[in-house]
Design a protein around this ligand. Structure first.
Ligand SMILES: NC(=O)C1=CN([C@@H]2O[C@H](COP(=O)(O)OP(=O)(O)OC[C@H]3O[C@@H](n4cnc5c(N)ncnc54)[C@H](OP(=O)(O)O)[C@@H]3O)[C@@H](O)[C@H]2O)C=CC1
Ligand SMILES: O=C(CO)COP(=O)(O)O
Ligand SMILES: [Zn+2]
Length: 342
């Protein structure tokens, strides 16, 4: 089992990123994989901090995490002979850096600029191929968070992270089904850790308002969920049928909604199928500013229904509640209507 060695969650601390890297493994040269928006916002501060710590930085800007583009970036990163590979940004940049670091056998450092997903501290990379799935890569050696950057990021990204957290309610339930119905390995500790990340959000969201959202709680819960995956050795505690629903939407029509938005909406419907308290999920998502309807993310009823029908086939080996129901498009539409998703 591989776990992050050092996790720093601070406020207005981006200027200390150079010191953080020095204390971690004293690199001379680092490759930073990021996106153009993120570089524009914090590129200067990072360059300055690294310069002060006498670390040379090479930037690589990624537009997509498609296999071809990732391979091109990896080639460029390799040629720099960097000591550390940093993923700076949302899930896309963090994933690309994680994969490059793994393939090039270099340490990986995660510097999320949005709390939009739980890949921040996990060893997994979501891969876009014929059938979406996650690859085991490397857990980050270090995770460095500046909450001030995350607070200033578009609110939609934070809300997406809340959707990815609500997914743990249904993912852990599916894991229990796998244990009970097909004798699958079930790690109680990692399951409880993942459940706790969702429970903490459910409790905290009671006090959320538009102007007052506890960003630290959300970031810490996402990190804990990633650590739960490290301990489990798979994304099982964090990804169940609600993730399959999200992957199925991407499979049918790429570009709809953010990852966590789709997972959050999926968890409402999957919780209803599981006989869990789906209304509590809706309440928490609403309090967090996350979408609870298909319309809010531009998801058409037809795509929703098809996604629910094909979801389980995308990962047949992972037992979920969808194995226990014979889902038709008509059933899916009914489910979406009874839960207010449509
Ligand atoms: N490995 C894992 O376990 C997981 C991986 N994922 C993967 O992560 C990806 C989704 O991540 P997500 O974060 O939702 O989306 P993206 O990484 O695509 O980020 C969405 C947008 O937000 C921008 N952004 C990020 N931070 C800031 C900021 N502080 N201020 C302004 N803009 C900002 C990005 O800018 P820019 O263009 O500059 O990058 C980008 O345009 C998917 O590819 C998914 O497969 C999701 C969940 C788990
Ligand atoms: O998004 C994830 C966990 O939140 C990763 O899950 P997958 O293994 O389904 O890609
Ligand atoms: Zn997820």
């Amino acid at each position: 089992m591989e776990l992050p060695r050092q996790i720093v969650v601070g406020e207005k601390n981006i200027g200390q990123v150079g010191e953080f890297l020095r204390s971690l493994s004293n690199p001379k040269k680092v490759s930073i994989i990021s996106g153009k928006n993120v570089k524009k916002i914090i590129g200067k501060e990072i360059d300055e901090s690294l310069k002060n710590s006498k670390i040379m930085a090479v930037w690589h800007l990624a537009k997509s995490n498609q296999v071809k583009e990732t391979a091109t970036i990896q080639k460029k990163v390799k040629s720099t002979k960097s000591d550390i590979i940093i993923g700076l940004g949302g899930g896309r940049s963090v994933d690309i850096a994680k994969l490059c670091a793994f393939n090039l056998k270099k340490p990986f450092v995660s510097i999320p600029t949005s709390a939009s997903h739980d890949g921040i501290a996990s060893p997994f990379v979501s891969v876009r191929g014929d059938k979406p799935h996650s690859l085991v890569a490397t857990a980050p050696l270090g995770v460095f968070v500046d909450l001030d950057i995350i607070k200033k990021a578009p609110r939609k990204l934070l809300a997406s992270g809340c959707g990815d957290l609500m997914a743990k309610v249904t993912a852990v339930h599916d894991w229990e089904l796998g244990r009970d119905k097909v004798g699958e390995y079930y790690g109680r500790y990692s399951a409880n850790l993942a459940s706790m990340s969702a429970e903490i959000l459910i409790e905290s969201a009671e006090n959320f308002s538009k102007k007052n959202i506890d960003v630290r709680v959300i970031v810490e819960a996402l990190i804990s969920a990633g650590v739960a995956s490290c301990i489990a050795g798979s994304s099982r505690p964090c990804s169940g049928a609600e993730h399959l629903f999200s992957h199925a939407i991407d499979h049918l029509e790429f570009g709809i909604g953010l990852h966590g938005e789709k997972c959050g909406i999926g968890s409402i419907m999957i919780a209803k199928l599981q006989g869990q308290n789906w209304k509590e999920i809706v309440k928490t998502l609403k309090k967090s500013g996350a979408p609870t309807t298909a319309k809010e993310i531009g998801l058409k009823p037809k795509t929703l229904a098809k996604a629910m029908v094909i979801a389980q086939s995308l990962r047949p080996e992972r037992y979920t509640i969808l194995k226990e129901v014979k889902m038709t498009e008509k059933d899916a539409l009914k489910l979406a209507k009874t839960t207010g998703v449509l």
